[in-house]
Design a protein around this ligand. Structure first.
Ligand code: FEO
Length: 408
């Protein structure tokens, strides 16, 4: 766990977590940070709680001691969001501090009781409610439902103009040394932008309409510093992460980078021949190609890569009268996450009968994905030159469709 003073009277405590499945399902290749913040006035508040998977790590006590705070001196736990990556340590904290008040929304209050029992001292807050900690530190609370659970709120500190944004403006990616944007290298900035896309697509994409509302709400504050629950702090240029999130929310609605992702699978290499051909056609056109062979890629990477691309090629053979299952499963997941409006093209091989295309249509319809497809190409067995010509034709049409969807 690291301790960093991010503003006068405000410390960040951050720990890297690796080798876990985030939310029990996302295989995050580069880890994630869990951040919490201590705001000290006459009274002391801790905003979101860093958990150790085995309870409160000893390093927490050591870090608190170094900023002259004993755990029993913490008066308030500000629970911006009850998901256990932010609140999981309340149970252990109760063992060492019997006298603290939890500040949270009404929806969180319900979960506090169901997660941690009935005996908590809870102060429910609504939009605009404030808490004066003394010595100039004044917090205000601003619910942003469904960013990412119904209970979520933002907390704003007036004196330092700090927005504690919890999941909002977060990203995956562990932090080795540099915790603030003012000392991140160009390479690290790029890394966290990519990890931000991965995080947004994996965790937030379903809630894009609510994220857009939260971006709008952010505009109501005078902000010097954005302090999220995951990823680096933005104090040199907070607008950067607001712009990133604005762009990511457009990716959910079909926009993307000038890249084509080929989401593909192949049983015996017939569809693969057309995939390899498609890759060459796209490269000749100077378009970046991301190939995702399913089921070899993780769901986390698949989501992030499709999400950020303006053009998608779905390439899968027929398998038992339906689509090759690993590709069908990936499409279903994209549908559940409401990745809509992508420009797309599909092709694939069949043997005894077709069926992949029929299932593709069913998945898109069921999930109301509204992807804009050019005409599909299906070929029997190995693709002939005339089939590859049709694939090329489809790709050229796809590139045309992508033009309106590209955002930088
Ligand atoms: Fe970082 Fe929704 O928890």
């Amino acid at each position: 766990m690291k301790k960093i003073e991010v503003a006068d009277g405000i410390h960040m405590l951050s720990m890297n977590v690796e080798d876990i499945l985030f939310e029990g399902m996302w295989d995050i290749a580069n880890g994630v940070t869990l951040n919490s913040y201590i705001v000290k006035g006459d009274k002391t508040a801790i905003i979101d709680g860093v958990i150790g998977w085995d309870g409160i790590p000893d390093t927490l006590y050591k870090n608190l001691e170094e900023i002259n705070i004993a755990p029993k001196d913490i008066d308030y736990l500000i629970v911006n969001h009850m998901e256990p990556d932010h609140s999981g340590w309340i149970e252990d904290f109760k063992k060492i501090n019997k006298d603290f008040t939890i500040i949270c929304t009404d929806k969180s209050a319900k979960l506090v009781k169901s997660f941690f029992g009935d005996d908590e001292k809870i102060q429910v807050v609504k939009e605009g409610d404030t808490l004066d900690l003394g010595k100039g530190k004044k917090l205000s609370f601003h619910p942003v439902p469904n960013v990412h659970w119904p209970d979520t709120m933002l907390t704003y500190e007036e004196e330092t103009k700090t927005l504690f944004s919890c999941d909002m403006y977060g990203s995956f990616g562990k932090i080795n040394e540099n915790y603030c944007d003012d000392n991140l290298t160009e390479e690290e900035i790029e890394f966290f932008e990519e990890e931000g896309i991965r995080y947004f697509s994996n965790v937030m994409a379903t809630f894009t309409p609510q994220v857009k509302k939260a971006i709008k709400k952010t505009g109501e504050f005078d902000i010097k510093l954005i302090a999220p629950g995951h990823g680096p702090i933005y104090r040199k240029n907070p607008q950067k992460i607001i712009d990133d999130y604005t762009r990511f929310s457009k990716y959910s609605d079909g926009a993307g980078k000038n890249e084509v992702t080929i989401l593909w699978g192949s049983m015996y290499g017939m569809t693969k021949k057309a995939v390899d051909y498609a890759e060459k056609v796209l490269e000749k056109k100077g378009i970046k190609v991301n190939k995702l062979e399913m089921p070899l890629k993780s769901e986390s990477e698949m989501m992030a890569t499709v999400f950020k691309s303006a053009g998608i090629i779905v390439a899968a053979p027929t398998y038992e009268y339906k689509m090759f299952p690993p590709v069908a499963v990936a499409l279903e997941e994209l549908g559940r996450k409401k990745v809509t409006g992508k420009a797309a093209f599909s092709f694939g091989s069949y043997g005894w009968s077709g069926g992949a295309q029929k299932e593709l249509n069913e998945i898109l319809e069921r999930n109301r994905m509204k992807w804009d497809f050019v005409e599909a190409v299906e070929f029997e067995g190995s693709p002939l030159q005339e089939d590859l010509d049709k694939v090329k034709e489809g790709i050229l049409k796809l590139i045309e469709k992508m033009e309106d969807k590209i955002v930088k």
